[in-house]
Design a protein around this ligand. Structure first.
Ligand code: ZN
Length: 407
């Protein structure tokens, strides 16, 4: 299984120049190959493969532009393959037409391949060897076992350099976990779990207000001036800081969810997207949801967990998780807690939704314990299973927590 290890690197001046040059060359071949592909298709209806594009780059583009030979050849090939992937995505998924790469792109990176020991990490000496660049000073904070496949060198808008080493490694199988969990994604609390726990994420209010101040200050500076550039860099650093704090807390969350649960269910984000408005808080939680889903997905894959995304839209908040009664008044988002008129269960809106999400996920995957929630009452299946006990236990636990919360 492939796994990435990311390290901060500190290239010297000459190395920085070569990295910048490689970014430029990658952009150059990407744009020219895309342009040629588009033109040939439009004029002659000829469809080029990625090998055609790469051969053309090696034979013609490099002959016309000798300076392309000064940089890592794998980086150029990978750049063409990137273009090909964007192109295929466009054809297959009707995604947008591949864009030409601009010099002003925020994230600059290139990927090089491993061959004959050209990439090496010195775990004792704190250096990383990369093709064409030689040894670069690095902060090697963790070691890995496995075969290096490739390395991606990147530079952030604030001018920090990183290398991500992709390693083919055996990932130790986790002990199997006993829990099952449904997760309701929200704004105030980023997520609420079916066991009643809530996670609101780190408190970033201070940093965010500093960000707003700095953005205002940037807008007052004249574009292109030295002060403008300085302020822009300051803003980029702050932005990175916020992103890192958020990512770090999400890693801890996804880690503990995967540690404790064998089955994890969330609503698919398209469903959530239906409810989208353009509020700032919303866009921030959107980004966190995507990141959390991404982490849950790959960590579940690594550790043999089942991660289920519910695709269909269903009224997870309005159904009583105890008896299946549908309560219309809960449609109103302001209703944070309610009492089921039919069975008198006391519900916290989000915990109730999380339990329903869990149940719906289990149902969709044929792991159901209860018959569909459209029925007026949940009917237990004939034979009680381990999971049966778990979910009823879980429900009463959540119920207890909710009641405690009310008191
Ligand atoms: Zn009820």
């Amino acid at each position: 299984m492939e796994r990435g290890y990311k390290y901060r690197i500190y290239p010297n001046k000459a190395q920085r120049e070569l990295i910048a040059k490689t970014f430029g060359c990658c952009r150059f071949v990407y744009n020219h190959a895309l342009d040629r592909r588009k033109a040939l298709y439009e004029k002659e209806g000829v469809s080029l493969s990625r090998t055609d594009c790469n051969n053309w780059c090696n034979r013609e583009l490099k002959a016309q532009n000798e300076w392309l030979r000064e940089v890592d050849k794998f980086a150029l090939t990978n750049s063409i393959y990137d273009m090909d992937n964007a192109y295929k995505k466009f054809l297959k998924e009707h995604a947008g037409y591949p864009k030409f790469k601009s010099k002003h792109n925020n994230r600059q990176s290139y990927t090089t391949n491993f061959t004959n020991g050209n990439i090496a990490v010195d775990f004792n000496g704190d250096t990383i060897k990369l093709p064409k660049l030689g040894k670069i000073k690095a902060k090697v904070h963790r070691a890995f076992d496995g075969v290096i496949k490739n390395a991606t060198i990147s530079c952030t808008p604030s001018g920090k350099y990183f290398v991500s080493i992709c390693v083919d490694a055996e990932i130790p199988e986790f002990h199997s976990a006993i829990g099952v969990v449904g997760i309701d994604l929200g704004i105030k609390d980023l997520c609420t779990n079916s066991d009643g726990t809530k996670f609101s994420g780190p408190d970033l209010a201070k940093l965010q207000s500093r960000m707003k101040r700095q953005q205002r200050s940037l807008s007052k500076k004249s574009k292109g001036s030295n002060n403008y550039k300085k302020q822009k860099l300051r803003l980029a650093r702050l932005h990175e800081k916020i992103t890192n704090i958020r990512k770090d807390s999400l890693h801890k969350l996804s880690r503990s969810l995967v540690d404790e649960n064998q089955v994890i269910v969330t609503e698919s984000l398209n469903v959530k997207g239906m409810l989208r408005n353009h509020h700032l808080a919303r866009s921030i939680s959107d980004a966190s949801w995507y990141e959390l889903a991404r982490q849950l997905e790959y960590k579940s894959r690594w550790h043999g967990r089942k991660y289920i995304k519910i695709d269909t839209f269903f009224a997870s908040s309005q159904v009583c998780s105890n008896c299946g009664h549908k309560e219309q008044k809960v449609k109103n988002l302001a209703v944070r807690s309610w009492i089921c008129p039919k069975c008198s269960a006391v519900h916290d809106r989000d915990i109730n939704a999380a339990i329903n999400i869990l149940r719906e996920g289990l149902r969709q995957e044929g792991l159901e314990i209860y018959i569909g929630q459209e029925l007026p009452e949940f009917k237990p299946v004939d034979r009680p299973t381990m999971d049966d006990r778990r979910i009823s236990d879980l429900r009463s636990r959540a119920g207890m927590k909710q009641e405690a919360h009310r008191l």
